[in-house]
Write a protein that binds this ligand. Structure first.
Ligand code: NAP
Length: 283
């Protein structure tokens, strides 16, 4: 039976350390969250992020725009936050209501305040192996792996999914940890047999319980990023949890695995951004 990775406990521990770090700062880090429209899931996520900020001593600024806000309205809000000295991090909650184009709005966020790590500048820094702000969910998964393994060098990793938010940066982070990485997607052939070779399987697809026990080799580390609701309203991941747990050595649950780590990394990125913005200029 696999060890069930307690992402909630690891995140709580990280948040506790961050709280002490924030208390010792001479300034208060600030995170602005921009929420457009009234998508119920987004409202829940935003509430969770704001609550987490309060706990560690980060000041949060919530900016709610109506569902009929225009591209220009959101751009103006981002411009104002870019210029606001009290705001060190800006998060545009996705998805935006239909008809709006998130891409140019994300690129409008100042790279130094881009705590989601989605601007081209930060994506480029990640590709180049340079310091920047890295996307929260893949960074959280990296920490979960490093909690168990001193080194990831030489491990075969399969990342299922190639989104800019998760799959692509996750593969890049694993590559930088000297893994051999298969980046899989909807056109990948023989996905099950690729997974079967992997020491690390990370599923980020959005398909309930897609990864089956016979896809996974004994002893694998399986990270489930997916968040899905079944017809009965139950929250499940992309991995057939009970069957895979009987075979793997490590597995993350849904909920309580990757999700809390995403929020913990958002807080870390906000404090990192605030520290960089408050650094005395080098002479
Ligand atoms: P996304 O943008 O929809 O990407 C899904 C990816 O899965 C795409 O690359 C797609 O391939 C691939 N895919 C779809 N069907 C497939 C199949 N049958 N076989 C193999 N690959 C397939 O989603 P995302 O934003 O990356 O998120 C993925 C999941 O993770 C969602 O459930 C989301 O809610 C969850 N998530 C959770 C957190 C968290 O904090 N826990 C954070 C982010 C995301 P193509 O590129 O070929 O279309």
């Amino acid at each position: 039976m696999a060890k069930i990775i307690d992402g909630k406990a690891i995140a709580t521990n990280l948040n506790g350390q961050l709280q002490s770090e924030v208390a010792a700062l001479s300034f208060v880090p600030g995170l602005a969250v921009v929420l457009v429209g009234d998508d119920p899931a987004s409202q829940v996520y935003v509430r969770g992020k704001i609550k987490a900020c309060e706990k560690v001593g980060i000041k949060s600024f919530e900016h709610r725009l109506p569902a009929n806000a225009t591209q220009d309205d959101i751009a103006a809000c981002i411009d104002a936050l870019n210029a606001d000295e009290n705001v060190n991090g800006i998060l545009l909650q996705l998805p935006l209501p239909q008809g709006l184009n998130a891409k140019p709005l994300i690129q409008r966020i100042s790279p130094e305040k881009d705590v989601d790590g989605l601007t081209h500048v930060n994506m480029g820094r990640l590709m180049a192996g340079d310091e920047g702000l890295r996307p929260c969910t893949p960074s959280g998964c990296e920490i979960l792996l490093k909690e168990e393994f001193d080194s990831l060098a030489g491990k075969i990793a399969v990342v299922i999914g190639r989104s800019e938010l998760f799959g692509k940066p996750m593969a890049q982070i694993l590559l930088q940890n000297d893994c051999t990485v298969f980046q899989c997607h909807s056109k990948t052939k023989n996905l099950a047999s690729l997974c079967k070779q992997a020491d690390i399987v990370i599923a980020a697809v959005g398909r309930p319980e897609m990864v089956k026990a016979d896809w996974v080799k004994e002893g694998a580390f399986v990270i489930d990023v997916g968040i899905n609701r079944t017809a009965a309203g139950k929250l499940v991941g992309d991995v057939d949890f009970n069957a895979v747990a009987a075979k793997a050595d490590y597995i993350t649950p849904v909920p309580g695995g990757v999700g809390p780590m995403t929020i913990a990394m958002l807080l870390q990125n906000t404090v990192l951004a605030a520290k960089r913005q408050n650094q005395a200029p080098k002479i």
